[in-house]
Design a protein around this ligand. Structure first.
Ligand SMILES: [Ca+2]
Length: 372
């Protein structure tokens, strides 16, 4: 018995299931749970966010910001978007509103920008102005940049979330691995700034000086989802290598291990030690093998699906699925998976409590409401 068990568990190539790993999730055809409506098509949509009046903003990776009025069936392209370095994973990225948008229409955009050394993520804030002739960005101001720039076209991450006058930005490792463990660059980190881009003086790595003053956490690979739960915990999912996608509880000053540890392997099948071998690194709350390729993230707070309140919804790219995660305080597990037949890039909750999805590539906008 012991020999058999050892034989089964000896291969380092097989990542161990994390402690408390739950049973595999329930796979449910989405049409058993949701009414699904197609509302429009977009070109390489990347992110969306709802305005207080129910309209929504959608980014398209080639560099367009679309203001969408679903009621009036009207789409207006917003002028004044900065030049983006379109290609690979790069282009226009996230769009989020300032929490006080109803008083002052300020929004935040992330994008890959060209510059000395290659390209890098940037975050800008601007005011959304509307006239009879259309909509435009005014007073645009770049408030954060990835440094250094690199010629690569991947792992920008650049997801943004705002809360209580602060903003968090995910900054990917740009497929360079080791910068995620270094204090001299802001790659492979989650950044925390004031909502105007200034660096708070109470960030955890401030004593390191320089760019490390802006770090909230480090050791990240490619974080394409950031969300606060109702109790104020910050959660992030990240794309791991082969077999190593993660959902992490984000706590200031912690190091999430990339590229020193992972529950996955390199694409060339070289081993990476598991998080459990290095207790100084924070282990993921959920690890996926096979991977889901998580993109987009909302923690549902609406009334339309009372049974899903507090659950996380994650878009799956390679998994071509919508993933529902059930949280229990600081624990979580994948509760259910809905195969969508398309790569899901973005998930959002509408003011009507419906779930909205954007597909990747030739991007349909879908509305999911409870099955009647
Ligand atoms: Ca990790």
């Amino acid at each position: 018995m012991i020999v058999l068990a050892a034989a089964c568990k000896s291969s380092e190539a097989e990542p161990p299931r994390p402690p408390d790993a739950p049973e595999p999730p329930r796979i449910t055809p989405p049409e058993e749970v949701f009414e699904i409506e197609e509302l429009g098509r977009f070109e390489e949509a990347w992110a969306m966010t709802f305005l207080p009046d129910g309209r929504l903003l959608i980014t398209e990776k080639p560099g367009r910001l679309e203001l969408v009025d679903l009621e009036a069936d009207r789409i207006v392209e917003v002028a004044g978007v900065p030049e983006v370095a379109y290609g690979g994973q790069g282009g226009l990225g996230d769009v989020v509103l300032h929490p006080d948008f109803a008083d002052e229409p300020r929004l935040y955009l992330s994008y890959a920008e060209p510059g000395e050394g290659g390209r890098g993520a940037a975050v800008a804030r601007a005011l959304l102005r509307e006239t009879d002739d259309g909509a435009m960005l005014e007073a645009l101001e770049v408030i954060w940049r990835q440094t250094p720039k690199d010629p690569g076209q991947g792992h920008f991450s650049h997801r943004i979330v705002l809360r209580d006058g602060r903003m968090w930005i995910s900054s990917g490792d740009r497929q360079l691995f080791t910068p995620a463990q270094e204090f001299t660059n802001n790659l492979g980190k989650i950044i925390r700034l004031f909502d105007d881009g200034r660096v708070p003086d109470d960030n955890p790595f401030r004593e390191r000086g320089g760019v490390a003053r802006e770090f909230w956490t480090m050791g990240h690979r490619n974080v394409l989802g950031l969300a606060f739960d109702a109790e104020g915990r910050l959660w992030a999912h990240e794309m791991g290598p082969r077999g190593g996608d993660e959902l992490n509880l984000i706590e200031p000053g912690k190091n999430y291990g990339w590229p020193e540890v992972s529950e996955g392997r390199h694409y060339d099948l070289r081993d990476i030690p598991s998080h459990s071998t290095r207790p100084e690194f924070q282990a993921p709350v959920v690890a996926w093998d096979p991977v889901i390729s998580p993109a987009g993230f909302v923690i549902y707070q609406g009334d339309r699906f009372p049974g899903f309140r507090g659950d996380g919804f994650i878009g799956g790219l390679s998994s071509e699925a919508l993933i529902r995660v059930r949280f229990d305080g600081e624990k979580a597990h994948e509760a259910e998976r809905y195969p969508m037949g398309k790569r899901i890039r973005e998930v959002e909750e509408g003011p009507d409590g419906a779930l909205y999805l954007l597909e990747d590539g030739d991007s349909r906008l879908l509305r999911l409401t409870p099955k009647r």
